[in-house]
Design a protein around this ligand. Structure first.
Ligand SMILES: [Zn+2]
Length: 408
């Protein structure tokens, strides 16, 4: 027990030092020690361990100049430690190798992507592992892969040991089988499974450096996901279990939702629902890909061209979304709402309508200062954020490993 506690303290101390070195992108031993209130001897021992583990490197050897010595700077070691980030999409998986020190995909120039098709929902994890292996084989012998993160548009449930994803047709039974296979056959392979919206929200917080400690992130994808950050942390974990904003019931007599309820937000204004509406209004069959905001975009374009029915549909989407959002704000009181995923395809007029509708519908005391904005994240942020989350959350600095399988 005592040994476990010591390892845990060592892990926390190494992590603090590593994060401080990453935050400053280059600091002397003395300045890190000062900042973290550690003795020079303790800091030196921790820094040396990080150097041996190849996470940190020394830059600028001591050189005597007329002005004294240049201190040796500690910096995160780039091009050395990687996490493979694989996103499960409808019918395929897409993977990148992410350099943990720089946060960028490797190799630079954008040719490090691997896409593999998935024919059956049962096969997502298996194909994702093949994808990770294919990407890893491109690395050199001094480069180390710490693990694989699989990012899933659905719930990753560590208690029931299952996945549930409507966009990927992964039912509870299939999701259970996937997890059991990972536990039985891959538990020593350093794999993390996480929810896609949790990864995107992590990207907002840590890669885009939002200062707000409390924000509500809404992901417009095939369904509608959300994550609430409270006091700078996601509510509970990255499983996607905690907040099911897309399944707030707007109209109990409304259209049937995939969750089994009626009139959920997702069943009213998710992209699938908007496609249905599009087909009804324009009597065209919608054969565009779901999940990339195509139907939000074409509806918005029709509305911008003053098509009366498209304008009415856009107004209704804004109204329904504002209604759901106003109720959420009375429960959790966030400072900021970030609309991510393909939500930006709904356009500026939609955003303006939501802002004014929330003021009209919501409890004035709580919505008065609420900021509602589109995410400004770059398109591939989900891969970087997933890898960063897996490293920040699951890498054990004392044991020098991600340590097996993690759900969420
Ligand atoms: Zn539902």
């Amino acid at each position: 027990m005592e040994q476990l506690n010591q390892l845990s303290i060592r892990d926390q101390n190494l992590k603090r030092v590593y994060q401080e070195i990453c935050n400053t992108k280059g600091s002397s031993r003395a300045s890190v020690a000062r900042k973290l209130s550690l003795s020079k001897a303790s800091l030196s021992s921790l820094a040396d361990e990080l150097i041996v583990d190849n996470l940190v490197t020394e830059k600028g050897k001591k050189v005597k100049t007329g002005l004294g010595r240049n201190p040796v700077m500690l910096a995160p070691k780039e091009n050395t430690n990687f996490i493979v980030s694989v996103l499960w999409k409808n019918g395929y998986v897409e993977g990148y190798i992410i350099d943990i020190a720089s946060g960028n995909a490797w190799p630079s120039g954008g040719d490090g992507r691997l896409i593999l098709s998935v024919d059956n929902p049962e096969d997502y994890a298996r194909v994702a592992l093949v994808c990770a292996k294919g990407l890893t084989e491109k690395l050199g012998s001094v480069q180390r892969v710490l693990g694989t993160v699989m990012i899933i548009p659905g719930i990753v449930d560590p208690v029931r040991e299952q996945i549930l994803s409507y966009p990927l047709d992964i039912t509870e039974d299939i999701g259970y089988q996937i997890i059991q296979d990972l536990i039985e056959n891959h538990s020593d392979e350093n794999i993390c499974l996480m929810n896609d919206t949790a990864a995107l929200a992590y990207g907002e917080k840590f890669l885009n450096h939002w200062e707000d400690p409390d924000f509500f992130y809404v992901n417009f994808a095939v369904g509608i996901g959300s994550v609430f950050y409270m006091h700078g942390k996601p509510l509970e974990d990255a499983t996607g279990r905690q907040t099911q904003f897309g399944h707030i019931v707007i109209n109990p007599n409304g259209p049937l939702c995939e969750c089994g309820s009626r009139g959920c937000l997702e069943a009213m204004i998710g992209e699938k629902a908007v496609r249905k509406r599009w087909e009804l209004i324009f009597r065209e069959s919608g054969d565009m890909k779901l999940g990339e905001g195509n139907y939000y975009r074409v509806l918005r374009e029709k509305a911008e061209n003053h098509d009366i029915e498209a304008v009415a549909a856009m107004d209704e989407i804004a109204y329904v979304f504002s209604w759901a959002l106003s109720n959420v704000v009375t429960v959790i009181y966030p400072h900021r709402v970030i609309i991510g995923g393909s939500g930006y395809e709904l356009g500026e007029t939609f955003l303006e309508k939501v802002r004014s509708k929330v003021q009209e519908i919501g409890y004035s005391y709580m919505v008065r200062d609420l900021q509602v904005n589109y995410s400004k994240a770059e398109k591939d942020i989900i891969y970087k954020a997933g890898a960063q989350y897996a490293f920040d959350t699951h890498y054990n600095f004392a044991l020098k490993s991600i340590q097996g399988l993690h759900l969420g």
